[in-house]
Design a protein around this ligand. Structure first.
Ligand SMILES: CCCCCCCCCCC/C=C/C(=O)SCCNC(=O)CCNC(=O)[C@H](O)C(C)(C)COP(=O)(O)OP(=O)(O)OC[C@H]1O[C@@H](n2cnc3c(N)ncnc32)[C@H](O)[C@@H]1OP(=O)(O)O
Ligand SMILES: Cc1cc2nc3c(=O)[nH]c(=O)nc-3n(C[C@H](O)[C@H](O)[C@H](O)COP(=O)(O)OP(=O)(O)OC[C@H]3O[C@@H](n4cnc5c(N)ncnc54)[C@H](O)[C@@H]3O)c2cc1C
Length: 669
């Protein structure tokens, strides 16, 4: 927990004293409201003080024990949620702070939303109460051994039999085996299974079905159902607590009313009826989860930067040539230029995540009123932001590990496990490249419609300003000019639009649209990234323009926003120069200003990560401790490794002793 207890020394007190803003108010800005800070605080402390939720031994547990530990924690969490009558908000936070991937994530995160989004009212009435009380455990079984990205390529079949009013679920090939769903391997009793609907001899494509997989009596797989875990995954601990599973059906029968029938129905005679709604609503659960993944990116990156900032403030290496105390590594300009953009990105992702949640809620309300006009915007924003934020976060966690030097490589730093747990976010819920290509295709469509005078809306509205943005010149003359939000916004808009228009022109030169899209797909990725970065920068600017209480809080956020934007200008300078948005001199001025911003951020760095309000339990890092007392913690942690249980290791008698004795004999010859 945080420092302040009797006898504790705050080794970072000096750093905290230099902060130029009110940390308590920054906590509110980060969490979204005073209420959010208070609830999070209570739940984090509840978890941290409960011995069942201990996790410092997690990377040393063999897989079977780790899995059992996950079941124990999930059951205990549920017991506490019921005993304490926690609200949904409190329960979600409690699960977050337990911080161990497990079947409950998929049960609450995908199974329940899939039924809510795609089930009829009657189906929701039947299944949701069972799920809410954990009388059934569900997962989301979409991906197969042969196809994940290409959902329309899935092979599992659900063939309607009008004689018995049932669907027959079948896995016709090895590649049709469901493969990857979390919670499927060992825990789930039910799944929402995506399969090709076949009725009256016709294949109507992919639809969702609720299928019971295991007995509710003894948990054994039901007849015709083959189930198992797909095996160990990257890293120690990490995502290995999750039972990602394999599932095969051998002509398994389910009642007709277990097809999720909100979007389309099959009558008892076998007639297929599609409601008058876009087919893409079938992908609604993925859109929902992609939106939550953006919020999670800021959590993961803020954890990593919290560890790296605190440790860098405490770690010292080298000193002035003239002697004197050694230098805190956080004072090295190279350390700042690697770390501060990541800190700024954590804040940027937090605020764009907040905005995306608003967008998602708004679109959901419109869909309920049968207004589908914002579906494309929701898809483009969730897909693109999921891709850009998860890739940057995965890279950022690894950079934080390097920023902590050798100690960052130890499991006790928390960073290897954080990375191993986080990195599949670049793949699940849509491979990032596949998702960015979706965004790019929508951008290409928007460009092609500009000539007809159709005005783009939402986050693409800037493209309507094509006449101006295609020829405008950046007005920056001094480094300080880069502090203008209007100047920043304009270069990001001009870069994104010009890249999109250039790409569209190149595609038009190809023999066919399809060939053009295929040949230019690497360029299309960059077009999508430029557009999504514009959204993140814009939402950060808009956040800073709001009324933000607390001494110095707005100034710090403005500084972080400028760091984020100018770091991107520096990193993608090639784009900005090649599209003619700015000159090389203006690029140099941006970099000059970035250096000044880092210097202003430096005295606030530790307080800016304190504002995340993470307990030591949640951080799970000896390097990121609130009190900065790193060395005794590192030293103590080493002795907890099972290898140190005895001074002479197992295996000495069989493998070391004979070797050493033989060397002794040889030396006597
Ligand atoms: C409290 C919450 C806690 C949450 C905790 C969660 C923990 C997470 C743990 C991780 C679990 C992981 C789960 C999974 O991974 S589940 C499996 C996810 N799988 C995927 O994401 C597959 C990706 N593939 C796809 O989405 C589609 O196949 C793809 C979009 C790539 C292609 O679709 P399709 O074959 O239909 O073809 P098109 O590209 O031609 O698209 C046709 C039109 O549809 C539009 N479109 C596509 N997707 C969507 C969408 N989602 N919404 C709206 N519209 C969509 C597309 O733009 C095309 O439009 P046009 O016809 O106008 O061009
Ligand atoms: C930890 C984890 C948890 C998961 N949980 C679930 C779950 O609960 N439920 C579930 O149903 N699924 C789950 N999945 C599966 C996940 O959704 C898929 O792995 C993901 O959608 C990627 O699909 P794929 O594996 O088929 O990759 P592939 O599509 O085979 O990707 C391989 C490579 O091909 C590239 N590629 C593919 N298509 C294109 C294209 N059109 N253009 C250019 N490049 C392309 C990709 O960029 C990638 O580099 C999980 C996966 C992981 C790793």
């Amino acid at each position: 927990m945080e420092a302040g207890g009797a006898g504790e020394v705050d080794h970072l007190a000096g750093e905290r004293a230099t902060a130029q803003f009110d940390v308590d108010h920054m906590k509110v800005a980060w969490a979204g409201s005073r209420h959010a800070v208070d609830v999070a605080d209570r739940m984090a402390r509840l978890v941290a003080s409960d011995p069942v939720f201990r996790k410092d031994n997690r990377t040393m547990l063999p897989r079977k024990e780790l899995f059992k530990d996950t079941l124990r924690k999930a059951a205990h969490a549920w017991k506490r949620i019921v005993e304490l009558r926690l609200t949904e908000e409190e329960a979600n936070l409690l699960r977050l702070y337990v911080d161990q991937p497990g079947y409950v994530d998929l049960h609450w995160g995908m199974f329940v939303p899939a039924i809510k989004g795609q089930g009829t009212e009657e189906q929701q009435k039947k299944w949701l109460p069972l799920a809410y009380k954990f009388q059934i455990i569900g997962c989301y079984a979409q991906t197969e051994l042969g196809h994940g990205s290409n959902v329309q390529g899935l092979e599992t079949t659900a063939t309607f039999d009008p004689k018995t009013d049932e669907f027959v679920m079948h896995s016709p090939t090895l590649t049709s085996s469901k493969w990857w769903p979390g919670g499927l391997g060992k825990a789930s009793t039910h799944a929402v299974v995506y399969a090709r609907l076949i009725t009256e001899g016709k294949d109507y494509g992919i639809h969702g079905f609720i299928v019971q997989l295991r007995s509710l009596e003894d948990h054994s797989p039901l007849p015709g159902v083959t189930l198992g875990d797909i095996g160990g995954k990257f890293g120690s601990g990490a995502y290995n607590s999750m039972d990602n599973g394999v599932l095969r059906f051998d002509h398994v029968r389910i009642p007709r009313d277990q097809m999720l029938m909100r979007l389309s129905q099959v009558t008892k005679e076998g007639k297929y009826v599609h409601s008058n709604v876009p087919k893409q609503l079938l992908y609604g659960t993925m859109v929902f989860v992609r939106q939550t993944i953006v919020a999670d990116a800021s959590k993961a990156l803020s954890r990593a930067t919290c560890i790296a900032v605190r440790y860098s403030a405490m770690r010292k290496q080298f000193g002035p040539q003239t002697g004197g105390p050694e230098t805190q590594v956080l004072n090295y300009k190279t350390q700042q230029s690697r770390l501060f953009p990541l800190l700024a990105s954590a804040y940027a992702f937090r605020f764009v995540g907040e905005w995306l949640k608003w967008l998602y809620t708004d679109v959901t309300h419109k869909l309920e009123a049968k207004d589908f006009s914002t579906l494309q915007e929701a898809h483009a924003c969730t897909a693109g932001l999921k891709a850009v934020t998860t890739s940057a976060t995965a890279d950022g966690i690894e950079e934080c590990r390097k920023l902590c030097g050798g100690h960052g490589y130890l499991n006790s730093s928390g960073l290897p496990e954080l990375f191993a747990t986080y990195v599949p976010a670049c793949t699940y819920e849509g491979d990032n490249v596949v998702l960015l290509l979706q965004v790019a295709r929508i951008l290409m469509k928007t460009v092609s419609q500009l000539a007809s005078g159709k005005q783009p809306v939402g986050t693409m509205a800037y493209m309507g300003n094509v006449q101006y943005l295609m020829q405008c010149k950046c007005g920056v003359n001094t480094a300080e000019d880069w502090l203008s939000p209007a100047a920043i916004r304009e270069v990001f808009e001009a870069r994104a639009l010009r890249m999109a228009v250039n790409c569209a022109q190149n595609i038009n030169r190809a023999p066919s649209q399809e060939e053009g899209l295929y040949e230019l797909s690497p360029d299309l990725l960059e077009v999508a990234v430029a557009h999504i970065q514009l959204i993140i920068v814009t939402k950060f600017i808009e956040k800073v323009e709001q009324d933000i209480p607390g001494e110095g809080v707005k100034e710090q956020l403005r500084n972080l926003c400028n760091v984020y934007a100018l770091y991107l200008v520096h990193k993608h300078l090639g784009d900005f120069l090649s599209t003619g948005c700015m000159t090389a001199r203006q690029g140099a001025l941006a970099n000059q200003q970035l250096g000044k911003l880092y210097a202003q951020l430096r005295p606030n760095a530790v307080a800016l990560v304190d504002a995340f309000n993470y307990t030591d339990h949640y951080l799970g890092s000896v390097l990121g401790r609130y009190d900065g007392n790193v060395y005794p913690a590192l030293y103590d942690e080493a002795w907890k490794d099972p290898l140190n249980d005895s001074p002479v290791p197992d295996g000495y008698r069989e493998h070391l002793r004979p070797l050493l004795k033989q060397q002794l004999k040889l030396s006597r010859l």
